[in-house]
Design a protein around this ligand. Structure first.
Ligand code: 1QQ
Length: 374
């Protein structure tokens, strides 16, 4: 009797065991769409590096009792169509259970609705425009929206004596437009006088008409909402036109890349920008991250790398909590995130935005590097 039971158990259990170990051996496909080429590639390359570092650490242990995550990163080149095709390929062919990215809010507004419709969680790590997570229930972000960061930056400028401001923004870009709207609303609210509003295109190289007009009005500050290349272009030309230290330049999230210093050099010195992270953050998690990043990539991480490092770990932890490589369960598990990473403590609001907005620091560029504004 005992023998028969044992035999029956073995007959039933063997295929189950074989199947289980076959599943265990399969990596879990996770996709990412980032800008790896073209003018805004500095953002996406930093994001990819942050994810790769996190992936090594996650895969050393594995998720769901030892399965590895296979991260498939596609290049959007900053083009909505290319990004959308990349997302379709990741979902249709690679069968990814979640997507990290895309880099820009402009891209998220094109890609997010499609991924959301397929009920795949998509997590922006750098998308800061108003309305990103309103795309749908599967759209998350770990990046602080501009509406949380810019008021801190503008108040810091006011504390340094700024009373009047001119606003300049790229009017062909969702992030830049949203950042401008936040700057304008904040200025109106806190009593910062707006003396001019000027626009340009992200691909423009001549900003002299706008800057000449602004110069005549002598504002204390210029608030710039654009991606890093046009921001650098404006700064370089402003210096040529004679704008000096008397004018406080204020950037948004687009200015948060060290690429700004690489392109603009000393012209970027003195610009201030708000960020949820800075390299010299004293806690151990950040110190370990910075050291590991330097060891692996031979350069300093930036804010975008820090954000994506945390995001991949947040996703891995959600897969573990979900108990299965299942998009629906992972989405629900993401909502229960309670994580402590390089950006500090992290939870999502029910609307899938970062819950804590308290960690914003104001940085200033000095000699091509961001340091905390004293
Ligand atoms: C957005 C941004 C960009 C500056 C990310 C690189 O904040 O597009 O929302």
């Amino acid at each position: 009797m005992l023998r028969r039971t044992l035999l029956a158990t073995l007959l039933i259990a063997t295929p189950v065991l074989a199947q289980t170990s076959a599943v265990m051996a399969q990596p879990i496909p996770v996709g990412s769409v980032e800008i790896l080429s073209g003018p805004a590639a500095a953002y996406g390359i930093a994001i990819k590096s942050g994810m790769e570092l996190a992936l090594d650490e996650v895969n050393a242990k594995g998720v769901l009792g030892g399965r590895k995550i296979a991260l498939i990163v596609e290049d959007s080149a900053g083009q909505k169509d290319q990004g959308l095709n990349a997302a379709r390929k990741l979902i249709g062919r690679d069968k990814v259970i979640a997507i990290i990215g895309p880099t820009l809010s402009t891209e998220m507004f094109a890609i997010g609705p499609v991924v959301n419709e397929r009920k795949i969680p998509i997590i922006g790590t750098s998308t800061t425009a108003t309305g990103v997570t309103a795309i749908g229930d599967y759209v998350f972000r770990t990046s602080l929206p501009e509406s949380d960061v810019l008021p801190v930056t503008l108040k810091a400028a006011m504390a340094r004596g700024v009373k009047t401001i001119a606003l300049m923004y790229a009017n062909d870009e969702a992030f830049a437009k949203s950042g401008f709207e936040v700057m304008k609303a904040t200025a109106d609210k806190v009593g910062l006088k707006i003396v001019a509003i000027e626009t340009f295109g992200s691909k423009d190289s001549d900003f002299s008409a706008q800057l000449t007009k602004i110069k005549a009005l002598k504002p204390d500050a210029i608030g710039l909402s654009a991606l890093v290349e046009p921001t650098a272009g404006v700064l370089l030309q402003a210096r040529q036109l004679g704008f000096g230290k008397e004018t406080q330049f204020i950037g948004g999230n687009g200015a948060n890349s060290p690429k700004l210093g690489e392109i603009a050099g000393p012209a970027a010195d003195g610009l201030i920008v708000g960020s949820p992270w800075f390299i010299a953050k004293k806690d151990q998690v950040n110190a370990d991250f910075v050291a590991a990043f330097r060891a692996r990539f031979n350069k300093d991480p930036d804010q975008f790398a820090a954000q994506s490092y945390d995001a991949l770990k947040i996703l891995a932890a959600a897969i573990d909590r979900a108990g299965a490589a299942d998009s629906e369960k992972v989405r629900d598990a993401l909502l229960k995130t309670d994580y402590s990473g390089v950006m500090g403590a992290f939870q999502f609001t029910p609307g899938r935005d970062p819950a804590s907005t308290s960690g914003v620091v104001v940085l200033t560029m000095q000699g091509g590097k961001f340091v905390v504004l004293e």
